[in-house]
Design a binder for this molecule. Structure first.
Ligand code: MRU
Length: 388
């Protein structure tokens, strides 16, 4: 088995398919996503999850939106209605794009990817290369711009090309983080991770789990502790499954066991992912991450946050400005139990993420290099380098 067999977002003969992660590890099932509403639902319910994978799926979501808007307009005009202008069609795609972004607020990759595909569409439209209202000729997707080859393409094709570019770049970013991450580690180390920042969360080897998969290929023989990650159990259901499938030595622990495992000297480094990193290096990640970071500092264990440049959000100054998603109370009061276990009516609080303050982060590993504190200048340089 290759670890890339687990990549959870793919296009199959023009149809978006995602591995339904709510069914794992009991069932490995790809489901077809044929509408913007179905994708919104899949993102909201964590059928597709993990910041980069959500971004990749949402990029394809704009393609679905463009396809739907163009075919609706064509249908209506062949039925005798007045043709829509390209701007009316774009307005429809913009509405779908905003709807997709609203599915989950914390992971910045969702907005980043949708904005990027929308920018490619707006760019094509603003080049005034519109023929017959809907078909754009001589529009050039970003990747083709570099070669200067003109292409005949319509809005869906432009969106698809940009979404494909995002997917491919994410694969490469994972490989970059795998190499940089591995440079911080020694064979035989004990590692601890929280949530799932692996293949299942990306379009490649993962972020925090990428050096573990690469190390496995290179005989590093890591011993990994996977926090179960209450309440949705990404560590128990996904990380331990993904690592075991790749032959990695993985031990599942409850979240509240991290301290004893660290204190007993079994952990040489903590590796976690990130959903949004603010300009000052504060990083939002799955709920419980900040507690792990504070423990790591107490025990003198390096805490590495793996952050592709697509997850760095320079427009958000500090972690205090990051919107934290709150989810359904049933996830903590009833889900996973045969019968509801919490008393009816008890108050609950279910934040899906927390912010690890920059002061607890030893280093930020990106695909372009490793950033050490103070993070502000290094993050800005690496992000701007990527975008120019
Ligand atoms: O709620 P989820 O499962 O989407 O949360 C995922 C995480 O918190 C991951 O650690 C994060 O997205 C980084 S994934 C490479």
């Amino acid at each position: 088995m290759s670890v890339t067999d687990l990549i959870p977002v793919r296009m199959n003969e023009g149809t978006l398919e995602i591995l339904d992660q709510t069914l794992l590890p009991l069932e490995e099932k790809f489901i077809k996503i044929e509408s913007v509403e179905a994708l919104y639902d899949a993102i909201k319910k964590l059928k597709v999850r993990g910041a980069p994978a959500i971004g990749v799926a949402a990029g394809y979501g704009v393609y679905i939106a463009a396809k739907d808007a163009v075919s609706r307009s064509a249908r209506e005009s062949s039925a005798g209605s007045a043709s829509d202008s390209i701007f009316e069609i774009m307005a429809e795609i913009e509405r779908d794009a905003d709807y997709l972004i609203s599915a989950r607020p914390t992971a910045v990759n969702l907005k980043w990817a949708v904005d990027r595909v929308m920018a490619a569409l707006r760019d094509a439209v603003s080049r005034n290369a519109v023929i017959r209202n809907t078909v754009i000729r001589d529009a050039v997707s970003r990747s083709e711009k570099a070669t200067g080859d003109p292409i005949d393409a319509d809005l869906p094709e432009i969106a698809l090309a940009e979404a494909e570019a995002i997917r491919k770049e994410d694969f490469d970013a994972c490989m970059g983080m795998a190499e940089y991450g591995l440079s911080l580690l020694e064979p035989g180390m004990g590692l601890l991770t929280h949530c799932n920042a692996g293949v299942l969360a990306t379009a490649g080897y993962g972020t925090a789990l990428a050096p573990i998969h690469l190390g496995q290929e290179r005989g590093y023989d890591f011993k990994v502790f996977s926090d179960e990650t209450r309440p949705l159990l990404q560590g128990a259901r996904l990380t331990s499954w993904e690592l075991a499938k790749n032959g990695v030595d993985v031990t599942l622990i409850c979240d509240n066991m991290a301290s004893i495992v660290m204190k007993s000297g079994k952990v040489d480094a903590v590796l976690v992912g990130c959903d949004r990193m603010a300009a000052n290096g504060d990083g939002a990640n799955k709920i419980g991450t900040s507690a792990v970071a504070i423990l790591a500092k107490e025990y003198g264990i390096p805490f590495y946050m793996f952050v592709p440049t697509s997850t760095i959000d320079l427009e958000t100054e500090t972690g205090a400005d990051i919107v934290i998603e709150e989810r359904d109370p049933d996830e903590i009061a009833a889900m996973w139990y045969e019968e509801r276990m919490a008393p009816e009516g008890v108050k609950t609080y279910n934040p899906a993420f927390d912010v690890t303050d920059a002061k607890y982060i030893t280093a930020v590993v990106t695909e372009k290099g490793i950033v050490y504190p103070p993070f502000k200048d290094g993050l800005a340089r690496i992000k701007n380098e990527t975008e120019n």
